[in-house]
Design a protein around this ligand. Sequence first.
Ligand SMILES: CC(=O)SCCNC(=O)CCNC(=O)[C@H](O)C(C)(C)COP(=O)(O)OP(=O)(O)OC[C@H]1O[C@@H](n2cnc3c(N)ncnc32)[C@H](O)[C@@H]1OP(=O)(O)O
Length: 171
Amino acid sequence: MPKPKNVSESLAINSQMIMPNDTNTLGNLMGGNLMRMVDIAGAISAQRHSNRIVVTASIDNVSFENKVPLGDVITLEAKVTRAFNTSMEVMVKVYSENIPAGTRIQTNTAFLTFVAVDQSGRPIEIAEAIPETKEEKELFAAALRRRQLRLVLGGRMKPEEANELKAIFGL
Ligand SMILES: CC(=O)SCCNC(=O)CCNC(=O)[C@H](O)C(C)(C)COP(=O)(O)OP(=O)(O)OC[C@H]1O[C@@H](n2cnc3c(N)ncnc32)[C@H](O)[C@@H]1OP(=O)(O)O
C-alpha cells in the first residue's frame, strides 16, 4: 500500500470570476456550470492525494440556496476527507465574493467520491489519508456513514449491512 498522507496535502483551491458565458437567463451562475467546477476541483484534490488518474464515482445531493451573480468571484476549496481502498471522499466548499461590496458567503458544500484507476480504468489501491485538525477528524469519522448511505442508495450495499448507519438510529 502507498505511504499514508495527511489530508491537508490534498488541498486544492481555485478562484474564478463569473462571466456572461457561465450564467443563466437571470444573470446568475448556472447550477450545471457550478457542478462542473466542483467536479474539477474535487478531481484535482483526489489526484493530489492518490497521485493517480481518478474518475468521479458519485456526487452526493447538492442544494443551490444562494444565487451567484455575474461578476462575483467564486472560490472552490477541495480536500480529501477520507480514503478507503481505491476510493476517496472529497469535500468541496464553494464561496462567492463580491469584492467591490466587501462581502463573502459560503454558497455550497458538496461531497464527491473519486476512484483511483490505472491506465486501463481498473480501480487501484490508494494511500490512507490522515486527518490532523479537529474539523478534519470529525469529517473523517462521519465519512464512513456518508459512504454507507451512498452505497445503499446506489444499490451497492444492503441496508442491513450498513452498521454505521444503523447505529445512528439505534438499530
Ligand atoms: C473526473 C470525471 O469526471 S471522470 C468521468 C465520470 N466518471 C466516470 O466515467 C466513471 C465511470 N465508472 C467507472 O469507471 C466505474 O464504475 C468505477 C471505477 C467508478 C467503479 O468500478 P467498479 O468496477 O464498480 O469497481 P469496484 O466495485 O471495485 O469499486 C471500486 C470503488 O468504487 C466505489 N464505488 C463504486 N461505485 C460507487 C458509487 N456509486 N458511489 C460511491 N463509491 C462507489 C466502491 O465502493 C469501491 O470503493 P473502495 O475500493 O474504496 O471500497
